[in-house]
Design a protein. Structure first.
Length: 484
């Protein structure tokens, strides 16, 4: 080997060592950077005329376990989906209130029953009649407030759907642009790994909203498909459409056309969990808006209908005209069984009993249809109202079991359903979160190991020193030759 060949070999070794040191330092610096994949330097033997001519730097490669990455993305979507469902059930349970909380639905039912019994024992007491009115108003107000909370949850879900659709479309466009930029970088021989890190972060964000599968194409390009089979990015990104509304009322549904669904390149698609974009946070929000909250509202309306029906039943208040509302009304009117949607939000106490609305407390004792206070010692109607509240009765609507129960028992059943759903959602969220965390740890373990990188740096230092020593020796030889 000639001196010039040896010098060329040593110089290529110095170049490779310098590049290796750069890669190691970059790995250590980005050990905690989100989306960063460990880099490895690719080296190969350089040959010239069939003989070794030093080392060649082939490039820098991103090292990542793509299988674990794909599974973690699916776990991210499932965890986000479960977390949103859990939040809905938790918020609903808190709005209704548990049985041990003052002011809960069951507590207010019990308060009304106790107030009626107390008033029946002293029908002449204005204070006790006032307690009955206050308890009835509190119960109606609580059902109204829970109904408002449910519709507020639907409204929040609708607004968040719009935000996620915007973020999804924006991310798909940016991924497409990064594909083009990475291709241009590769064509010019530049390192595009940093751009790939950015693209990975964007794909992670997309997959949390809609679970996707990433398919590698030539020249480090990628395509994206939803796990439901929708093409999201193949050459060009798709456009997902959605229109938010300004306000949501109980009667508004997607089926009626009052609420927007999803479109894919202007073509309507199913927005349910079993649709082509199902599995992530996007369809969980649709589930909250169109299924979970609608079901909760239906149950609240069934409780409100049961209350109205109990006090308007024949025989409870003999002074009531046929078809006239009892103690509880539908915004002042009698119950219309064909207009039950949103009844909990319209439930109100009959104005005939409320002095603040031109009524009189004595009508609780004498009857809503009475024209005079009558016998102040008569407790028959008050006792009948208390008996009506406590009487076992099969609910006329709602998805309750077909067993007869008191008004308090019906409220307890509603709370039991909500608490059971919340517990189930807690379990699902805990399982999805544990799986997500396990896969995140597995992916991180395949990332940057700073101890291993520092060991590599020591080897790089030794290699650099060895090549530098070769060059120094060659320089001495050349100086000796010149001096001869």
């Amino acid at each position: 080997m000639s001196i010039s060949s040896a010098l060329s070999n040593a110089l290529s070794g110095l170049t490779a060592s310098a590049r290796a040191a750069e890669v190691v330092s970059n790995n250590v610096a980005n050990a905690l950077t989100e989306g960063y994949a460990r880099r490895e330097l690719g080296l190969s033997t350089r040959s010239l005329g069939g003989e070794g001519a030093g080392v060649k730097v082939d490039g820098v490669a991103r090292v990542q376990n793509r299988t674990i990455l794909a599974d973690r993305r699916l776990a991210d979507a499932a965890a986000g989906n479960a977390a949103l469902r859990q939040k809905f059930h938790t918020d609903l349970e808190q709005s209704i209130g548990t049985s041990d909380q003052p002011g809960s639905l069951t507590a207010r039912m019990n308060d009304l029953e106790s107030a009626l019994i107390a008033a029946a024992s002293r029908p002449d007491s204005e204070a006790r009649l006032q307690d009955v009115l206050a308890s009835a108003k509190g119960l109606a107000g609580h059902l109204h407030a829970v109904s408002d909370d449910v519709q507020a949850m639907r409204m929040a879900a609708d607004q968040e759907i719009a935000a996620q659709v915007t973020a999804l479309n924006d991310a798909l466009v940016r991924i497409d642009r990064l594909n083009a930029t990475i291709l241009a970088q590769r064509s010019s021989g530049s390192d595009a790994t940093a751009l790939m890190d950015q693209r990975q972060l964007l794909v992670d964000r997309v997959s949390a909203i809609v679970p996707v599968r990433e398919v590698m194409r030539d020249n480090d390009q990628i395509s994206l498909y939803s796990t439901g089979g929708a093409v999201l990015l193949e050459g060009n990104p798709v456009t997902i459409g959605f229109t938010a509304v300004g306000i949501i009322t109980p009667d508004m549904t997607q089926a009626s056309g009052a609420l927007s669904g999803l479109t894919l390149n202007d073509q309507p698609i199913r927005s349910a969990e079993n649709g082509i974009l199902g599995g992530g946070t996007l369809t969980a929000l649709f589930a909250v808006r169109d299924e979970l909250a609608v079901s909760a509202q239906s149950q609240l309306d069934a409780v409100a209908r049961d209350l109205i029906g109990r006090f308007a039943a024949p025989g409870v208040d003999p002074t009531l005209a046929p078809g006239a509302p009892g103690l509880f009304t539908d915004a002042g009117a009698a119950l219309d069984p064909l207009n039950e949607e949103g009844l909990a939000a319209r439930l109100s106490v009959n104005a005939l009993t409320d002095p603040g609305q031109g009524g009189a407390l004595w009508r609780l004792r004498a009857g809503l249809g009475a024209t005079s206070p009558g016998d102040v010692g008569s407790a028959a109607i008050l006792q009948a109202l208390a008996d009506a509240l406590a009487a076992p009765q099969v609910p006329a609507s709602g998805s309750f079991l077909g067993a007869a129960r008191s008004a308090s028992g019906l409220a307890a059943d509603l709370l039991s359903q909500v608490s059971g759903a919340r517990q189930s959602a807690d379990d699902s969220s805990a399982f999805a979160g544990a799986k997500q965390q396990t896969l995140a740890i597995a992916l991180a373990s395949d990332g940057v190991d700073t101890d291993a990188e520092l060991q590599n740096l020591l080897m790089v230092e030794q290699s650099y020193a060895a090549n530098a020593r070769v060059i120094s020796a060659l320089d001495e030889m050349i100086q000796q030759i010149i001096g001869m």
